[in-house]
Ligand binder design. Structure first.
Ligand code: SAM
Length: 250
């Protein structure tokens, strides 16, 4: 998968060299390019923002640098054989970024991120590229950050761990919170490791029973309890086929 990020703070993306994403890059599973937006600003001060039409506080990112930057990124990608780009525009007014959307994006070969600063990017930029490729305006939560770079890191990490061969154990996201199938879209319950006794606290007996059926049932019950406590909206939406009668009665 190819990833391009256009930003006025390239250094903000340095965590893309670390841990899971860094290793995926080193192994060639992710091909990441970070671009400085000001490269495409031509006045003496490399200006990328201006005052908003209609008045109001704050500044708006200008069309011209973004248009030139995105055209240049697209030309480079096509030249080197990348195809089917999608533009990701982080914004608090976008659709919520969910595991389902992470799965969808992980199936695309080329993602281009346009994280903004100030009050966001002039709307015409999104409209222009929406005419040429899928554009995903995504929000990582109901709060307002100072810029979209943190959202790029969030989306990239969620997507990268779904790519084939990136996680050591290919099964390990199957039982994650929000995963369809065995977990029916619920939150994952508590997890434990050795030692069996720590500061007088032991672990649930069932986990030592070696009985796979009972362990699976316990995990599902715990997932239901945690989901009911923290995210009752997910219970409403979960796939009832994934749950047996006893689970539904809880
Ligand atoms: N005026 C905008 C609004 O109220 O919707 C907020 C702009 S915010 C200060 C600057 C940039 O940070 C946004 O354009 C976006 O790129 C990013 N950003 C802020 N909050 C975000 C969120 N919850 N999800 C994704 N991106 C966010």
């Amino acid at each position: 998968m190819r990833l391009d990020v256009v930003t006025i703070f390239p250094e903000y993306l340095e965590p893309l060299n670390v841990s899971l994403v860094g290793k995926a890059r080193a192994r060639g599973q992710l091909n990441v390019h970070v671009h400085e937006l000001r490269t495409w600003a031509y006045d003496r001060h490399n200006t990328v923002d201006d005052t908003p039409y209609g008045g109001g506080p704050g500044m708006v990112m200008k069309t011209e640098p973004w248009g030139e930057a995105l055209d240049s990124v697209l030309a480079d990608g096509y030249e080197t054989g990348s195809r089917a780009p999608a533009l990701i525009v982080p914004t608090p007014s976008g659709r919520p970024f969910t595991q389902e959307l992470a799965v969808e994006l992980s199936g695309r070969p080329w993602l281009i991120f346009a994280p903004a600063r100030y009050e966001g990017i002039d709307r015409r930029v999104t409209d222009e590229y929406a005419a040429r490729m899928p554009v995903y305006e995504v929000s990582i939560g109901d709060y307002v950050l100072a810029g979209g770079e943190a959202a790029v890191l969030v989306v990239t990490e969620a997507v990268a761990r779904l790519l084939p061969g990136v996680l050591g154990n290919a099964e390990s996201h199957r039982d994650d919170s929000f995963a369809p199938g065995a977990m029916a879209g619920l939150l994952e319950g508590p997890v434990y490791t050795k030692p069996p006794l720590w500061r007088g606290r032991d672990i649930p007996d069932v986990l030592l029973s070696g009985h796979h059926g009972k362990i699976a049932r316990w995990r599902r019950d715990e997932a239901l309890k945690r989901t009911a406590a923290n995210r009752p909206d997910l219970i409403e939406r979960c796939d009832p086929k994934g749950l047996d009668k006893k689970d539904r009665e809880m």
